[in-house]
Write a protein that binds this ligand. Structure first.
Ligand SMILES: Cc1ncc(COP(=O)(O)O)c(C=O)c1O
Length: 304
């Protein structure tokens, strides 16, 4: 039992590696990973994501760096924050083979497992051959059941990794209050249609926002296959940084989105939209984004 998957990951990194060890992690990634890696004193070996499918290419990982840093962990997260990408069985089978070949623990952070648009749920590496030998998966109640503030999650998978996590957590916390644990049990017993219905709300919002961004801002953003986020490259004609764009958008137009650089060096020039408003407000946000884009293009033209 975890006090949210973020807590689980922070303690798991302390449990599964020693200060100074390497960790294979994606660039871009959920921002708290960078802090957790720093707290554990680990050396990141960044795996860039392909711009097409937002997956890392294991063949491009520098094996010498794995050896030299005595890397012990690979950290993955699909469905993914911030890209909303999903990963299939073939990808996870490759990840398992790579981790087994190099003695890495595969930590799969899976809070969005239920938020897939075209299938009932996302792939878990634990369900694949060899998964239990090298993988531990973290689940959060925050996304599937909308109880982020109650702080509840769990870890499943490799026996030794679970035992190591327990041994770090035992002197630190007494785990979550029983009433909240019971809430989690009730959530897991809810009809599956309830979770699926919510996933369809994210799909509807993603469709509305990608359409509105195209129509009102001339911005082509890929329709994701999961999650509550859109990950988008800033249009080339704007000549602004992701941070500057987001600051101007919130200060002058009242729309808050995240600069891609917050998610790692590879996120520079990208932004992440969190679709946490109803469709009509998203369409209004897209119209305001369109206004800012036009303003920036005009500014660039007057500069020339
Ligand atoms: C990839 C990822 N992991 C973990 C979390 C946090 O989960 P929890 O609230 O269970 O700590 C989030 C929340 O946004 C997330 O996107």
């Amino acid at each position: 039992m975890l006090i949210g998957s973020q807590e689980g990951l922070g303690h798991l990194l302390l449990a599964a590696a020693d200060h100074g060890d390497g960790i294979c992690m994606t660039d871009v990634a959920y921002p708290s990973y960078f802090g957790a890696v720093q707290v554990a004193g680990l050396n990141p070996i960044y795996m860039p994501l392909s711009p097409e499918d937002h997956l890392p290419d294991f063949d491009r990982i520098d094996i010498n760096q794995i050896r030299e840093t005595k890397a012990k962990i690979m950290l993955l997260n699909y469905p993914n924050n911030p890209t909303s990408a999903t990963a299939d069985e073939a990808f996870f089978s490759k990840a398992i083979a790579f981790c087994k070949a190099h003695g890495l623990l595969l930590i799969h952070d899976a809070p969005y497992v239920d938020l897939t648009f075209e299938s009932d749920h996302a792939v878990s590496p634990l369900s694949l051959s060899g998964g239990m030998d090298c993988c531990i998966e973290l689940f959060s109640f925050a996304k599937s059941y909308h109880i982020a503030g109650f702080r509840l999650g769990f870890a499943l998978g490799n026996k030794e990794a679970i035992a190591a996590l327990e041994s770090v957590k035992a002197p630190i916390d007494f785990n979550q209050y029983l009433g909240i644990q019971r809430m989690g049990i009730t959530c897991l017993g809810l009809p599956r249609e309830r979770v699926r219905r919510d996933a369809m709300v994210w799909k509807e919002r993603a469709l509305a926002m990608t359409t509105a961004l195209k129509e009102r801002a001339g911005w082509n953003v890929e329709m994701p296959r999961s999650c509550m986020y859109l990950w988008a490259k800033l249009p080339d004609n704007l000549s602004t940084s992701d941070l500057e764009f987001c600051v101007k958008l919130v200060e002058n137009h009242g729309v808050a989105i995240s600069p891609g650089g917050n998610f790692g060096p590879g996120g520079k020039g990208y932004v992440r939209f969190a679709l946490v408003q109803p469709v009509d407000r998203l369409i209004e946000a897209a119209a305001r984004i369109g206004s800012l884009c036009r303003e920036l293009v005009r500014m660039k033209e007057t500069e020339v």
